[in-house]
Design a protein around this ligand. Sequence first.
Ligand code: DGT
Ligand code: CA
Ligand code: CA
Length: 574
Amino acid sequence: MTVHNSDIAAIFREIADLLEIEAANPFRIRAYRNAARMLDGSSLDVAGLIRQGRDLPHIPGIGADLEGKMREIVATGRCQTLQKLRREVPPGLADLLVLPGLGPKRVKLLYDELDVHTPAQLERAARDGRIRGLPGFGIKTEQRLLQALVKRSETGRRFKLSTAAEYAGPLVEYLRATPGVMRVEIAGSYRRARETVGDLDVLVTAKAGAKVIARFTAYDEVAQTVASGTTRATVILRCGLQVDLRVLPEASYGAAMVYFTGSKAHNIAIRRLAQARGLKISEYGVFRGDRIVAGDTEESVYRCLDLAWIPPELREDRGEIDAARAGWLPRLVEFDDLRGDLHCHTRASDGQETIAGMAAAAQALGLDYIAITEHSRKVTIAHGLDARRLLRQIDEIDRFNEGRSGITVLKGIEVDILDDGRLDLPDGVLGRLDLVIGAVHSSFGLSRETQTTRIMKAMDHPHFTILAHPTGRLIPDREPYDVDMARLIRHAKERGCHLELNAHPERLDLLDIYCRQAKDEGVLVAVGSDAHRAADFANLRHGVGQARRGWLEKADILNTRPLKALRPLLRQTM
Ligand code: DGT
Ligand code: CA
Ligand code: CA
């Protein structure tokens, strides 16, 4: 049985939720949450190491107790602590905790007073106006809950792209080993590199479908087979992720890839083009009457419509079809275009490695430079640096660079933008750095105007170089804060500073639409891994996927520049 990091994380998260409802020790709850986040954001194969009987690297915040639980989960797929909590707390109650304004105390009150223990019951109670009368609740809270419940049922449960990737990889490998199978590809939103996916759409070409379906539904991670026929099946994996599989003949490969990659909007638009030419387009091919005219490759399908092949990340009906017709499609940035990474952490704040360790990992990926950008003092939980410790790190980096390792380490900081727009460290020390990344880590609830002016003021600082994760969203827990991004982009242009596309799987922030706006305004985007350990540089691939969704080309990305061309861009123009 395969256990993924996110399986362990999901168990820890559920334990934390249930402990919260039981009003357990907050430190204990936080320990589970931190461990879950660590596991989710990490590319370290915890289960693999445990199974091979190897020692886990020291992970701050994960003591012997949690490590024991990880071993238990890897060995048995379950955790006794969770089983016990599930017996104690009514099921469904934990689902209520994610709603805005509902902490454990209120959830317990809803349960005790109204016997509400599922989102559906809560929705009914809200519609009936029964919630407003509870102590500490009111009409406003009741309405806010109702809105959140409606939105929730509309969006359903989506998986982070990086989480889906953990399940997709082994499944594809498994299917490829089926006799008679020619190709196995994942289409859908996954191939379009959306930051979250609703389900996986797997496309297989083979002569006989039934054997493929039988092997698919027998996959050891399948918890439930929802539907299964001779050419298609739908299953739910144990982690809750749905997988749709279609088997098609090899001659339909291109047409099927176009169809199942979508998006729906893109498909509808190209179907209309086909109709105007008297063609019919389906997952089996492009047809004139009964005669097939294209479909073995994606190129052949687009060619029938006088279109150039369109990269999957652009297939959202956001102008890509006109661009493909006119020959204006962007040459999207690729991972190999990156020359460096401008956002990572070391042990000095909340990272796991030394400077040399991070540099070596980046070098192994082919990068020529990285910037070390620790948190600043305000972020006490991440052991943020004050001026004195930052100065010491500056010396340490200078010494590292004198050693001529073949990779250059730039001196940076991820400095907090304070509520009033000032930066969390004195000018003197900021002036000694190669770059200053400013970040909002507090006061997410400010009004749009106040938040926007706060950030613009930070950008006005003469040493400000890059705005970190510009909207602050965390997938799936935190919506972007309210900010006028168009104004921030224009301001960045005026000030000669840049916007980060933070490639951490929970962030992927700058959002694709804003990447495109930045490009239109001529503002450069810095794809930053936000790596806290060596393996996290792999985040950059997801960052590049998001940049591609934002139509970005090599020249639109700051860190595709060689070091010499980069340096002058790290200084503000005014
Ligand atoms: P997701 O799963 O919500 O993240 O998003 P997708 O885009 O993967 O959507 P999904 O899984 O429902 O369907 C996969 C692709 O199949 C979709 O991108 C386009 C195609 N498709 C599905 N249903 C329709 C439809 O009703 N009309 C058309 N034209 N295409 C469809
Ligand atoms: Ca899908
Ligand atoms: Ca699907």
